[in-house]
Design a protein around this ligand. Structure first.
Ligand code: PMP
Length: 403
């Protein structure tokens, strides 16, 4: 991989902040966009724009073709069986809320249980809590060890005859843990229970094959994989999606409507009420084409190297403690230095041009488990370099010495 050449595709990476070159290490929150993604949006607005699926006219048909071709690109990217299994949403959060609502309506009754892990992002916890409050279901939590690995025997013990669903992050946005989702899915299936995988932090960093994983539902956000904001994906096996009621009502999701009775559209449109972000889906497809052209295996290998280098550099800093030491980790490093508050560390690093995340990372129950208020998080993407890791390490040293 020619990183310098890749960096040239991302105009923002050459800007300065506070007169310092930007070192962008907040990729877990969102990634920067290559020129081809922004160009795709501009091109579509300037030369194709029309509402999809409705018009007989030329532009509408062209916009529809682009939108549906994007669905095929997503299908190929995660290796789904059919484009009927690819639902466009606003992002991971909406995908999970959709599922919590629809799966809840169809399959969850008072006293039923949903299993989730202690390291879930709030967006894979709060929708289930809302549902729990509405329908009287129980949530059961998979614990982890101090390295940040989920305890598999405890997981197995959580299943009861009332377990209806397992919800699980593929990669933790705080600890970087890559959970053994394939094995955990196989176990759940052995108990007759489907699994939802939150792929927000995996799709940008690892090759994902939903059929090889045998995931029943898999969700991710476009903006974390170099695509635009406001577009995401819910993958669901057709046999499940077919059995779920619609989410929102409106145009596009219907087959016929009278005041007495409405029948719903087929998959995937049943779940896509209203005008979709068809420009966003085109741009998402360009982003997936972009990373596919580099190769997800290559990206994963490069980021692993970079993260290993960063881990080594950071570990050498006196008083620095890394949170999350699982045997399989993604490109995320959460850390604390002595008793320096993460917010202070983040603010001072920012002044050096280094963008990191600080706080609870939308995983407050995980912070409670770790007995801390928050961490500083550096998260890497395919355009980050060892030189940037050096700037980070030197920056942390400088801050440490100030305290
Ligand atoms: N799950 C995980 C693991 C995440 O890291 C994030 C984003 N930080 C989300 C869900 C939510 O994603 P979005 O805000 O794009 O809906």
């Amino acid at each position: 991989m020619d990183i310098q050449k890749i960096r040239e595709d991302f105009p923002i990476l050459s800007r300065q902040v506070y007169g310092k070159p930007l070192v962008y290490l907040d990729n877990g929150a969102t990634t920067q966009k290559p020129r081809c993604v922004v160009d795709a949006m501009v091109d579509e607005y300037y030369s194709v724009n029309a509402n999809v699926h409705r018009g007989v006219h030329f532009l509408s048909q062209q916009a529809t073709e682009l939108h549906e071709a994007s669905r095929e690109t997503v299908r190929r990217f995660i290796h789904a069986r059919s484009t009927d299994e690819i639902i466009f949403t606003r992002g991971t959060t909406e995908s999970i809320n959709l599922l919590a609502f629809c799966f809840g309506e169809a399959f969850l009754r008072e006293g039923d249980e949903v299993i989730l892990s202690v390291m879930e992002h709030h967006s894979n916890l709060v929708p289930w809590q809302l549902l729990a409050a509405r329908r009287g279901i129980g949530l059961r939590v998979i614990p982890m060890d101090d390295r940040g690995e989920l305890l598999q025997e405890e997981y197995h013990r959580l299943f009861t005859p009332r377990t209806r669903l397992v919800c699980l992050a593929h990669v933790s946005n705080v600890l970087g843990t890559v959970n053994p989702v394939r094995e955990m899915i196989a176990f759940a299936h052995g108990q007759g229970v489907p699994v939802l995988v939150d792929g927000a932090q995996s799709v940008p960093h690892l090759p994902v094959d939903v059929q090889a994983l045998d995931a029943d539902f898999y969700v991710f956000s476009g903006h974390k994989v170099y695509g635009p904001t406001g577009v995401g994906v819910l993958y669901g096996k057709e046999e499940w999606l077919d059995r779920l009621p619609p989410y929102q009502g409106g145009g596009e999701m219907i087959q016929s409507v009278t005041f007495e009775k409405t029948t719903f559209n087929e998959l995937p449109f049943k779940f896509e009420a209203g005008t979709p972000d068809y420009v966003g889906t085109t741009a998402l497809a360009r982003a997936l084409d972009y990373v596919s052209a580099i190769g997800m295996e290559q990206i994963a290998a490069y980021e692993q190297q970079l993260t290993a280098y960063a881990t080594e550099r950071l570990q050498a800093i006196p008083g620095l403690r890394i949170l999350g030491e699982a045997s399989r980790k993604g490109s995320v490093i959460s850390f604390l230095v002595g008793d320096i508050h993460p917010f202070d560390m983040g603010t001072l690093l920012d002044r050096l041009g280094i963008a990191v995340r600080t706080g609870h990372h939308c995983a407050q129950p995980l912070m409670q488990r770790l007995g801390i208020e928050g961490t500083v998080r550096a998260s890497f993407a395919l355009y980050n370099t060892c030189a940037e890791v050096d700037v980070l390490a030197e920056g942390i040293e400088r801050v440490r010495k100030m305290f």
